[in-house]
Every structure is written in structure tokens, then in C-alpha cells.
Design a protein around this ligand. Sequence first.
Ligand code: SAM
Length: 472
Amino acid sequence: MDPTKDLILVKSSFNTNSSELKVNTDSDRFSDNESMKVPSSNIITINQNMTIESLFDENLVDKKLFIELDKIKKSYGEYRQSTDTSRIFSQARKLTNPFENLGFSVFMDRAGVKMANCDAVFDLTDSQTTLRLMRQGGKFIFVTLAEAPGAFVQYIQWRRPTSFGYGMSLATPGEIQWSKKNINMERFSIQNGPDNTGNLYTNTDWLIEDIMEKEGDNVVFVAADGGFDVSKGNKFHLQEHLSNRLIMMEIYGAIGLLRAGGNFCCKVFDTVMPMMRDLIFCCSLLFREVWLFKPISSRPANSERYMICKGFLLKYKIDKLSKDAIDVTDTEVMNIIDKTKIANRIKILTLLKNVNQLYETKDVLQIFDKIPKKFIKWLKQQNNQSFRRQIDVGKKIIEYLSFSEELEPSEKIDVVSYNLSKAFLLWRIPDNKVKDDYFPKARYRGTSHKGSKGRSKGQKGRKKTYRGRRSH
Ligand SMILES: C[S@@+](CC[C@H](N)C(=O)[O-])C[C@H]1O[C@@H](n2cnc3c(N)ncnc32)[C@H](O)[C@@H]1O
């Protein structure tokens, strides 16, 4: 089967412009400062021993699916306890993923290929490129959040070679650092904020102000990839809850930074708790379209998906910039703004800022008391679909783990094989780098291949001949 099929499996987006979605009740909530406060009943403390009921909302995913996946994830956790079983688990996860061997194209890690996959489907980088011309010039200002070592940056710089980007990601010792050798640092600026930590919890306001000062209202793309290691202490079941605040600050950053019409791509995990529901809902008030998308370049067994928000709706940062700075060319966006009653950007920013402060001492369970039914229905559909996928793949992994280690992998599992190079064609990125040792030793008539330095003149000649043949 062809990966194209999976590429186009994009489910319905949530669209603020729909007539049923005149969310007056909810956007009216933002009409005075009083409503910026989160009701105290929404603030709770959550700990490791939470009951299963507190980990999801039955309106957001089928209970049966939740319980089945929870069991599967707990059994993964047991495998990850020791190095030995953890190795077998990793092997099972790789072998059950038909897209595992996609490779990284020319990027430093899998994240570059995930961004390429999202971009190909949603045109996030505004680059209508062709196979002949894969890269596009022109002004393109972007920001990446929680994204070190920076494969998203590397991808964007590759696709948009005259772009300029800013990035904020944890800079404290022991954290993943930006890969300066893979990023063009002349076109990228690392921002660690006044406290020099790069922590989005404490520096996002400063980041918005700073970039606004340098770039004005010209940021067209924000991409966020935040996450932390939940394998330590086996906290897989708490992943969604633990990531809420980080995702909220990424959304806060995007809302504060983007110009009208801009796009936002944000990694999310499961979205079955009220807090994630509310955060996605906030985005649906501020963007023309909101999608939850699982790229095939992201492992099918995990909950990772990307929230794709297209077309930032707000007029302009008139609160920050003089009217002269307004320069809207996207008439479509302007039409939507005029016709739609949308929530005020500043009010949503204030609300999220307040919630971030609350997080200093408490966990926040939810923001809104009331959400339109249509939105809940859409989110539940998306969640059920994501849970079914994780369960299907999870069952395969568990089946694989149940076989004796003595058997060859091919005796344990039959994985559909795809023509993966088609994916790179569709995403318009170069094929994986051809490694030196790609050329079979036999071609060198028994001479061991030591790379170009160790080769004699005659051997170099033979390699050329082989390359020539390959291109026929
Ligand atoms: C999955 S990694 C990003 C991977 C990256 N896209 C790549 O190229 O491979 C998640 C990143 O989130 C960052 N992060 C976690 N918590 C953060 C916080 N509070 N503020 C800023 N960055 C954070 C981590 O330091 C890490 O660099």
C-alpha cells in the first residue's frame, strides 16, 4: 500500500467560521475582566496516584477505548523497567511501525521529517514549491518554541533559505541544547530570556515583546515541539496532564507573536482532559481552521499528534503597533475578520497569563465551564480515532512481545511494506543522504572500502562508474 493513503487521512478540521459556532456565550465570557478569572472549582491538585476517572472526560473519548489503551500503556511501562526488556520493547515498537525506516532526509533527526510531512499536507511555510524547485526565497519570519536541538528550524531554513527565525527552549544544564552545527546561525537567534533559562513558563512575555520590537508584526509561522521524558518513573499515563502548562505557554506565545493569517503548528499528546479541550478551544476562537494531525513520520504507537492552526484571525496588534504598521494583503483573512465575531486576542492572552500564574502553586483542571457541543463532538471523534490507532498498534506490539526471543522478527510479525521513497517525493524533500558505505564492497572487487581518503586513484574511478550506472 502507498503512504499517500495515510497522508490524505486528514480528518475534518474545526472551523470557527461555521454558523453553528457563533460561540457568543463563550466569547462574551471575555467581555469583562471578571471573566478572566478561572473559577476556583477548576483548580485542583493532581498527583501520581490519580484515579483513572480523573485522567479523562467521558465526553471527550469513549470510556471503553480509554480503559483498553490505559492497560496497554501500563504493560509498556513494565517492559521499560529494565534495560534488557526495554531493548526488546524498542525492537517491537520499531518492527511494528511500517514507517520506521523513513529516515531523516537531510535533517538532523526525525522531527525534521515530521515538519516536512505536516508542511506538505497543510502548507505551513507558504511555499508552493515543485519537485524541480523545492526551496522558496522571500521574507519569512518564524519562531520555534521548546524545539532544541532544532530540526524544525533546520527544515524551515532548508525550505525557506532566506528566512529568519527566533527560538526559545530550555537552556539549563542537562537539557537538550541547540545544534549550532546543523542550524545556520546567521539566520537564527537563540532567545533565553531575562532569567537566561529559556523556560517558556517565565520568559514568553519577554519573548513576545522582544520579537515585536525587532520584527514588528511580521511573524508568519510559529512551531512548537515541547515535551519531556515521561519514561523516567513510568509516568506515561500522566503525559497529557504534565504537558498542559507547556502547551498552554506555546499557544500563548503563538497568539502573542503571529500576524493575521499566520500559521501555528504545535505538538500535543492525548487530548482527553478538560484542560487540553479548553486550550484547543481557545485556538479555535483565534484561527480559521484547527486540525489534529498524525503524520506518518510520527510513530503510530504513541499519542503524539500535531495541532495545526491555520490562518490567525485577529486583525492586528493595534494595541501594540501604530495603525501605520497595518499592511494586510490577505483579503480572505480580512473578510473572515469582518464577518466573524471572534474573541479578543488580548483577553485570551490575559486569561492564559492568569492560568500560568495559578500553575505556580496549583494544577489547573480546566478553564471554561461551558464549551459548544459541536466542538466537543469534533474533539471526541478525533480522540476516538487516535485511541483506536494506538490500540491497534499496541496490540501488535504486545503480540510481538509474547513470542519467544528465539524466533526471527519476520517469524513474529508480518508488517505491511510501503514504498517509502514516495513519501519524500510527496513531501518534496531530498532522499536520505547516500552514505559512503552504501556502495556494496563487491563493486570494488574485493578491496575494502575506506572512504574517499583511503582510496587509490583507480578505486575512485570505479566509484564514479558505479554512480553513473545507478543514475540510469
Ligand atoms: C522533543 S524535544 C524537541 C525536539 C526537537 N524538535 C528536535 O529537533 O528533535 C522537546 C523540547 O522541549 C523543551 N522544553 C521542555 N520544557 C520546556 C519549557 N518549560 N520551556 C522551554 N522548553 C522546554 C526541552 O528542553 C526539549 O528541548
